[in-house]
Design a protein around this ligand. Structure first.
Ligand SMILES: Cc1ncc(COP(=O)(O)O)c(C=O)c1O
Length: 488
């Protein structure tokens, strides 16, 4: 790798093509910016359009790469510890879908946590697979769902030995990393691959104070949103594979089904450049990021009324490690919800979080943050606490998560999704089959998945989350007055 450390084959070829004088009679219609809106050019600059090119002969083909994309992907595989890497222009969403479609055929079983991202549900629907859901470890006190445990995977595989793959999310949105090594070993003992949705982990492995990346712990496939944590542009992501438990031809085939035939070279080149940046400076950039995060962690936890999710706070078996660049701050002792604190920080204090929830605010600290950002974050919290200190702590009802594992789908999510549906008032929908995905935040664990029976417990739980100030996502009626059900 070291010989190629500085090479950016894709970016370099794109710049060459963009700068080459010629008459363009191909897409996109703006023809290297000449036809682009003046308003757009005023704000974005001219140059970006010059490099917004299609799959010209010199620029290879994302869906059958043999040239610069192939080389850039090989370099990325090397840097991210994979044997083969695919560039993605539709985020980890496309990668997670393709991972499932590459491993499951119609009716095949796949084990996955209930708190999967909706892209995994989309993958299950596209593949026609039957999901075997495992409830992730849920810390009621923190109100945060962690990862699935090796024990739970073992039990699920004993019950469903003909399963085709195990998928887990690690790190979670909160930076929690699960026991990937043990889960990989269990999956491998059944001869099946472990697929890891590592959307929040493209930076892992570049510094010894960060958790290792999933592939280095035995995972067979990992999908990373390069755009979320590294320097690539939004939607630019990667799918990495190791070992021989996956049919790599099927991965390519699945990606052809879920990605555009006109991939943006701006996104692809940003992946090439982000890879080169990490190859050259990864350790240094991550050391700086960890330092900034450590300052924020230390200073904010000294502010009365605030506490931060740390390695010491968690004793769950679904918690193996924590990415310390991810900051989750509990604000309930200030008599605020995470949503309320988010509004004040965003509207009045110039600080914008990644994810508010009922009790917390979660912040992503990455290579793009500066010492000034961290100061502003600390000052923002100091101000927030000054105005809200002394208020009694917010009392939120403890809501018991229902046992969702008993709700095995009667039909596949695909059958439920494509079946005729009808809308029913919520009270009339009990014991019907949901055709909707219904996910409350917190804790982000879907309570209903297309194909599952709508139980009274599920509805009571969802209504309790709403009453406590939480949100319902994924379904048409987020107030949950009505729901779409399977109409047989
Ligand atoms: C766990 C998880 N997986 C997958 C995705 C999808 O990633 P992308 O936005 O890159 O498509 C997300 C997005 O937030 C996510 O949180």
């Amino acid at each position: 790798m070291s010989a190629d450390r500085d090479a950016t084959p894709l970016l370099t070829a794109l710049i060459e093509q963009g700068n080459k004088p010629h008459a363009p009679f191909y897409t996109p219609g703006h023809k290297r910016g000449v036809g682009a809106s003046e308003l757009l050019k005023k704000h974005f600059g001219d140059r970006v359009f010059r490099y917004d090119l299609p799959e010209l002969p010199e620029l290879d083909n994302l869906h059958a790469p043999t040239g610069i994309i192939h080389t850039a992907q090989e370099l990325a595989a090397d840097v991210f510890g994979a044997e083969q890497t695919w560039f993605l222009v539709n985020g980890s969403t496309a990668g997670v879908m393709a991972a499932i479609m590459a491993t499951c055929r119609e009716g095949d079983k796949i084990i996955l946590p209930r708190n999967v991202h909706q892209s995994a549900i989309a993958g299950v629907i596209h593949a026609g697979a039957m999901p075997i859901f495992i409830q992730p470890e849920y810390d009621q006190e923190l109100d945060i769902a962690h990862c699935i445990t090796p024990e739970a995977v073992k039990i699920a595989l004993e019950m469903h030995p003909n399963t085709k793959a195990v998928l887990m999310v690690s790190p979670t949105y909160y930076g929690v990393v699960g026991d990937i090594a043990a889960i990989a070993a269990i999956a491998h003992s059944y001869g099946i691959p472990l697929l890891v949705d590592e959307a929040h982990g493209a930076h892992l492995g570049f510094h010894s104070d960060l958790p290792p990346r999933a592939l280095s712990l035995g995972a067979d496939l990992a999908v990373q949103s390069t755009h979320k944590l590294l320097g690539a542009m939004t939607q630019a992501a990667m799918l990495h594979v190791r070992g021989n438990l996956l049919d790599r031809g099927r991965v390519s085939q699945a990606l052809r089904l879920v990605q555009s035939t006109s991939p943006s070279y701006l996104l692809l080149a940003s992946l090439d450049a982000a890879r080169q940046q990490m190859a050259r400076l990864g350790k240094e950039l991550m050391a700086r990021t960890l330092d900034l995060a450590s300052t924020a962690r230390k200073k904010i936890s000294q502010i009365e009324g605030l506490s931060i999710l740390g390695r010491d706070l968690v004793t769950s078996p679904g918690f193996q490690d924590l990415d310390l660049t991810r900051l989750t701050v509990n604000v309930t002792d200030l008599n605020l919800t995470g949503y309320g604190a988010d509004e004040i920080l965003h509207d009045r204090l110039g600080v914008t979080a990644e994810l508010p929830s009922l009790r917390h605010l979660t912040f992503i600290i990455s290579l793009g943050n500066t010492a000034e950002d961290i100061e502003r974050l600390i000052d923002g919290f100091a101000n927030l606490a000054r105005y809200h200190r002394g208020n009694k702590a917010l009392e939120l009802p403890a809501i018991d998560l229902p046992d969702l594992e008993i709700n095995t789908p009667t039909i596949t999510p695909r059958q439920a999704y494509f079946a005729p549906t009808k809308t029913l008032p919520i009270a009339a929908a009990i014991w019907e089959i949901s055709s909707e995905f219904v996910c409350p935040y917190p804790p982000g664990i879907p309570v209903l998945i297309p194909g599952e029976v709508i139980t009274p417990t599920a509805i009571e739980y969802l209504q309790a989350v709403l009453a406590a100030g939480g949100e319902i996502t994924g379904c048409r009626d987020s107030n949950l007055h009505s729901i779409e059900v399977y109409s047989s």
